[in-house]
Ligand binder design. Structure first.
Ligand SMILES: Nc1ncnc2c1ncn2[C@@H]1O[C@H](COP(=O)(O)OP(=O)(O)OP(=O)(O)O)[C@@H](O)[C@H]1O
Length: 220
């Protein structure tokens, strides 16, 4: 049976030099947020890159990624139509804040500028549309990158530590807004985080990745 608007990973794994770093099997339903947690350097960001179709060539992947029952694994990133937010905001520096947010908006969006302004106000950045992205703080850039991802009409979203650059109050407010938005749009979401409050607020399954067994002789 086709699971409508569901993102499924079938034993999706990332390896380097034939050593598996990470492997995940999961099904993410529309409007559900699955959290991935685990130690630094274990391959969580690489897993998101594999789902999005932008895994660096040094790594190989096995398993498959499906959306709506159709396999995406062989498709290039732009044909997967998944929104990915990297840890680094990677904003376009030749565009202002509003232009960054409008970048991936669908052509038929009635007033892109108006929508960008509304989104900015929703995350506490009212009136920032015409500013240069270089003039923003790290936390402000992180919010603009989040808006750009959500405004691009993705079929699912992949968020890599989306709130880590925000102070506690902004983090809480932004997180509530983002999670509400994801639920309202009915998007399946996979979020990588080190923060247990992020995982709690996500109200979805939590996948904890553990280190592979180590050779105890090598431990001090
Ligand atoms: N583009 C790349 N080229 C080479 N090595 C990379 C690249 N990206 C990641 N790595 C390496 O792959 C391993 C896994 O990295 P990854 O960023 O996925 O870890 P992570 O679990 O997301 O860590 P963190 O929680 O610290 O963000 C690390 O050893 C990292 O140095």
């Amino acid at each position: 049976m086709i699971k409508k608007n569901t993102l499924t990973l079938h034993s999706l794994s990332v390896s380097k030099d034939s050593r598996t770093l990470i492997s995940v099997d999961t099904e993410v339903k529309p409007g559900s947020i699955t959290t991935i947690m685990g130690p630094s350097g274990i391959g969580k960001s690489l897993l998101l890159a594999a789902i999005a179709g932008v895994l660096p060539a040094t790594f190989t992947q096995n398993g498959s990624v499906c959306y709506d029952g159709a396999e995406l694994t062989a498709l290039p990133a732009h044909k997967r139509r998944l929104g990915i937010l990297f840890q680094d905001p990677l904003l376009f520096e030749h565009m202002n804040v509003a232009q960054n947010i409008m970048f991936g908006m669908p052509q038929n969006e009635l007033s892109k500028q108006q929508r960008a302004d509304t989104l900015l106000a929703d995350v506490g950045l009212q009136g920032y549309g015409q500013r240069a992205v270089q003039a923003l703080s790290g936390g402000q850039q992180a919010r603009v990158a989040l808006l750009r991802t959500l405004a691009s009409a993705p079929r699912a979203v992949l968020l890599d530590e989306p709130f880590s650059k925000l102070d506690m109050q902004t983090r809480h407010q932004t997180r509530c807004w983002v999670f509400d938005n994801i639920r309202q749009q009915g998007l399946p979401c996979i979020m990588v985080t080190h923060d247990e409050d992020d995982a709690l607020d996500a109200q979805g399954p939590v996948i904890t990745i553990t280190q592979p067994e180590q050779d105890t002789d090598k431990l001090c």
